[in-house]
Design a protein around this ligand. Structure first.
Ligand SMILES: Nc1ncnc2c1ncn2[C@@H]1O[C@H](COP(=O)(O)OP(=O)(O)O)[C@@H](O)[C@H]1O
Ligand SMILES: [Mg+2]
Length: 394
């Protein structure tokens, strides 16, 4: 066993795979990377990135079982194994595609699939905890692929009362801090989050938080109104107009106006929130509904910047990643709401807008195997830093 742990020599260049399915449940992202050193010295080379399909029936089960009123414990028990197997297949497929033998991969880092995230310290039977649950067990992945797998990165931070989210600021800090510019990194996935990297910042000067919905409201309403998973290239939103009544209602929402540190998820911007929108818009044109929630999404990001970032750090640029960066209505609206900030799409160091989060999980696995704490308590609100993730040897 000791021998297997010793494969991690920080200085040696390692081959690793990062795996992730985000809150959008739009597919399993897999990235094949070469990784060297650790911490602030980490060197990353992306070899390939691919998104693998999740069967529609499984996607629907994940959505149903992420909702407190429709979830069933037997389903979650099965999905934990099924998602583990789908993730393992994704890892093996990216190996085949690149003619890489699984036995030559040093490790996998897997986020799993979040099915619940409860960052509020609500009293519960005499206890007060923050909690989060990712399924797709890393021991399934390790056993199917034969590759050492590190997974379940969020929960360690909950041990010291952190939210376990967002995790991406660590990657942002090690790869994108800069001497000359105040840089923001915005990821628009199901939920949107921003990392703020002041010029020449130290790790504890980084701050980051979830701004509110990313694509989650747009996707939810596209499913309801058009039976489609998302608004490709913002084409529907482009045809619509803002419904003032709906926009004014959305703007009153308190969640996105909370002070950081904060994180959010499907628990808030899921079925019940969508029901409220549907009730208000029974007679509205469908494209107008999509336009309005798309504009609201951009608005929540700009609101959070103006209220919680600008007073501390005036950003020169915001680099955008995640699927929302492919929606021109979000991107154009953001640029006009924040005219002084250069808004650009992520494409640097071989990392694209879509591969960034998967790269994060390869990097976090590397940190774990090197014994480094990768949590950021300035971001998650935790009382101390933790080594994130669990190691499953193959
Ligand atoms: N071409 C596109 N046009 C508009 N939206 C897109 C496009 N590609 C992806 N998206 C949006 O991005 C989402 C996926 O983003 P992703 O970064 O994978 O989020 P997550 O981390 O939550 O899985 C999709 O559900 C969709 O809403
Ligand atoms: Mg995704």
């Amino acid at each position: 066993m000791q021998e297997k742990i010793k494969i991690i020599n920080p200085g040696k260049e390692k081959t690793a795979i990062g795996l992730l399915s985000g809150t959008s449940v739009d597919g399993i992202d897999a990235v094949l990377v070469k990784i060297k050193n650790s911490g602030a010295d980490t060197g990353i080379k992306v070899i390939d990135f691919e998104t693998y399909k999740i069967p529609v029936k499984i996607k629907n089960k994940i959505l149903i079982n992420s909702n407190n009123s429709t979830a069933k414990i037997a389903d979650i028990c099965r999905l934990n194994v099924i998602i583990g197997k789908l993730f393992a297949d994704a890892a093996l497929n990216i190996c085949i595609k690149n003619k890489v033998k699984p036995s030559s991969v040093d490790f996998i880092g897997s986020h799993g699939q979040t099915i619940h995230h409860l960052p509020d310290m609500t009293p519960y039977e005499g206890f007060k905890v923050k909690s989060t649950l990712q399924i797709g067990d890393p021991s399934i992945i390790a056993n199917v692929t034969g590759i050492t797998t590190v997974g379940d990165f969020r929960i360690a931070d909950c041990a010291s009362d952190g939210d376990g989210a967002p995790l991406v600021p660590f990657l942002d800090y090690i790869l994108f801090r800069n001497k000359n510019v105040n840089r923001g990194l915005l990821n628009i996935g199901g939920i949107a989050n921003i990392t703020v990297l002041p010029k020449s910042c130290e790790k504890d000067e980084v701050f980051a938080f979830d701004t509110g919905p990313g694509n989650m409201l747009i996707d939810g309403l596209m499913r309801r109104l058009y039976n489609k998973p998302f608004d490709k290239d913002g084409r529907i939103a482009l045809k619509g107009k803002i419904i003032k009544l709906l926009f004014d209602f959305l703007v009153q929402d308190k969640q996105y106006r909370q002070r950081p540190p904060k994180s959010t998820g499907r628990e808030y911007y899921g079925t019940e929130f969508l029901n409220k929108i549907s009730r208000l818009t029974r007679t509205a044109r469908k494209e107008d509904v999509i336009r309005t929630v798309t504009e609201f999404t951009a608005f929540t990001i700009s609101y959070n910047y103006k209220k919680f970032v600008y007073p501390k750090v005036k950003l020169d640029e915001i680099i955008v990643s995640g699927g929302g960066s492919y929606n021109p209505v979000i991107m154009n609206s953001l640029q006009s709401l924040l005219p002084k900030v250069k808004i650009v799409k992520m494409n640097s160091k071989g990392i694209s807008a879509e591969s960034k989060e998967a790269v994060l999980f390869a990097v976090l696995a590397n940190e774990n195997l090197c014994g480094n704490p990768a949590s950021m308590r300035s971001v998650t609100g935790a009382k101390k830093d933790s080594i994130l993730g669990k190691i499953c040897l193959a």
